[in-house]
Design a protein around this ligand. Structure first.
Ligand SMILES: NC(=O)c1ccc[n+]([C@@H]2O[C@H](COP(=O)([O-])OP(=O)(O)OC[C@H]3O[C@@H](n4cnc5c(N)ncnc54)[C@H](O)[C@@H]3O)[C@@H](O)[C@H]2O)c1
Length: 248
């Protein structure tokens, strides 16, 4: 997906810094060194990701969009079905590398994006974007108020990429896979709509659908559970949230 985003962004005139465990020389040769640069890094390692952000910032002098799409499939097996005949031995610790990359990596990248976007001397017409899949609803309002950063997520259906285990693509009905072009269109929809913040776009085959806000199951009382109390917010973050519905 990162390659799909990069090729489309470069076509539109963006310059893209790619962070990955491994380079993509074919793409770099196709797009040219002026348009795309590669930084070797492990997004699950904060220091490694920070070095990549710093190197990219040093080269380009600004940061306007971050797509946190590096990822992997889960390698663990929480059901421990292979262990069920061994009732006397504690099972080995779960393999949480997927959590480290797909969840922690996104938190790390979001924090680094905020840091580097704050350095931008002026805001591009339209402001800044960060694309993540998780937690956008929770952080979007404060990020918009404090830093004019928009954060949105894209949730793709099954896109045929290198992530799919061998044989899976053949087993899947081809007509039901989501073309990469749909995901790229979703990114462009986010880029083009400056009002979009805290939203999630589901990409399913040809469709891009705005995910509706979940219903509060116990109405006002459920909503109240997410109450932000300014004294607690200030104690944790160093300044008030300035949310219009925060309690004083
Ligand atoms: N392909 C799908 O159907 C699909 C659907 C929904 C969500 N996703 C999610 O989207 C993300 C991207 O998937 P994709 O299909 O583009 O996969 P992909 O394998 O084509 O690309 C993922 C890239 O991330 C890189 N990467 C993996 N671990 C890394 C790390 N620790 N540090 C830096 N780079 C790392 C890989 O080298 C690879 O180039 C994944 O997190 C995946 O779970 C994929």
């Amino acid at each position: 997906m990162g390659e799909g985003f990069t090729r489309d962004l470069v076509r539109q005139g963006w310059r893209v810094a790619m962070v990955d465990l491994k380079p993509n020389p074919k793409m770099n040769a196709d797009l040219g060194d002026d348009n795309v640069s590669y930084y070797e890094g492990n997004v699950a390692d904060y220091d490694s990701q920070a070095r990549c952000f710093q190197a990219a910032y040093d080269r380009y002098g600004r940061l306007d969009l971050v797509c946190l799409n590096a990822g992997m499939i889960d390698r663990g097996s929480l059901y421990i079905l292979r262990h069920k005949n061994d009732k006397d031995t504690i099972p080995p610790a779960p393999d949480l590398s997927c959590t480290d990359v797909n969840i922690k990596g996104v938190y790390y990248g979001t924090q680094l994006a905020i840091h580097f976007m704050r350095k931008n001397k002026e805001t591009l017409p339209g402001g800044n974007n960060i694309i993540v899949w998780m937690f956008v609803r929770a952080v979007a309002r404060v990020l918009k108020i404090k830093d004019n950063i928009r954060i949105n997520s894209i949730r793709p259906g099954f896109v045929v990429t290198s992530l799919a285990p061998p044989g899976m693509v053949e087993a899947f009905d081809k007509r039901k896979t989501t073309p990469l072009a749909t995901v790229v269109r979703a990114l462009n929809q986010i880029l083009g709509d400056q009002t979009m913040s805290g939203q999630s776009l589901e990409c399913s085959v040809e469709k891009i659908m705005l995910t509706p806000e979940p219903e509060y199951l116990n109405g006002e009382l459920s909503k109240r559970a997410g109450f932000v109390w300014e004294p607690a917010f200030t104690a944790q973050h160093g300044e008030p949230s300035n949310l219009s519905d925060a309690g004083q």
